[in-house]
Design a protein around this ligand. Structure first.
Ligand SMILES: [Zn+2]
Length: 165
């Protein structure tokens, strides 16, 4: 996808994630939800811009489109206490490139230059690129909601059974 697509993906994803993490069930809770959306949207959008910096140096869809870079952004906040949520932007960039466009990315670069792709997506220049971006974002939000809402419940069930409750 092009820069416009990645920004659209990051902003829509952040709006959805903000609602999933801080759902407003009444009017008084709306400011907290909006604040969560902004808190997530800024670092996620910045993160979504990072991979395509490799159009300027290195090898595009390789140098800054790989799992080691994603891991680095994931552990950075755990160690240094800042750049939280940037990894989500990097991850969603990878997902959109793999699921939304025709060319894959070199997940294991620099160990391997093989590009991995999903059998979905349209050419970056396609007039359907925007709708595909929105669809990919929707699937990401369904998965995120499943993780946020179902995994803790499932963990609780397993925990309960483990201690025989
Ligand atoms: Zn890219």
């Amino acid at each position: 996808m092009n820069k416009k697509g990645h920004v659209l993906n990051a902003v829509l994803l952040s709006i959805g994630l903000g609602y999933i993490l801080e759902p407003a069930t009444e009017l008084a809770a709306v400011p907290a939800t909006l604040e969560t959306m902004v808190m997530i949207a800024v670092p996620v959008t910045l993160g979504a811009m990072v991979p395509d910096i490799d159009t300027a140096f290195g090898k595009h869809r390789k140098t800054l489109h790989n799992l080691p870079l994603l891991l680095a952004f994931f552990v950075f906040p755990l160690h240094f206490g800042n750049l939280e949520f940037v990894w989500i932007g990097v991850l969603t960039h990878y997902v959109l490139d793999m699921a939304g466009s025709r060319r894959g990315i070199a997940l294991f670069y620099p160990l391997s230059s093989t590009e991995y792709d999903l059998p979905t997506g349209v050419p970056v220049s396609s007039r359907y690129a925007t709708i595909v971006t929105v669809l990919v974002t929707g699937v990401e939000l369904i998965l995120a909601a499943a993780i946020v809402f179902d995994v803790p419940r499932w963990g609780l069930e397993v925990g309960r059974q483990a201690i025989g409750m």
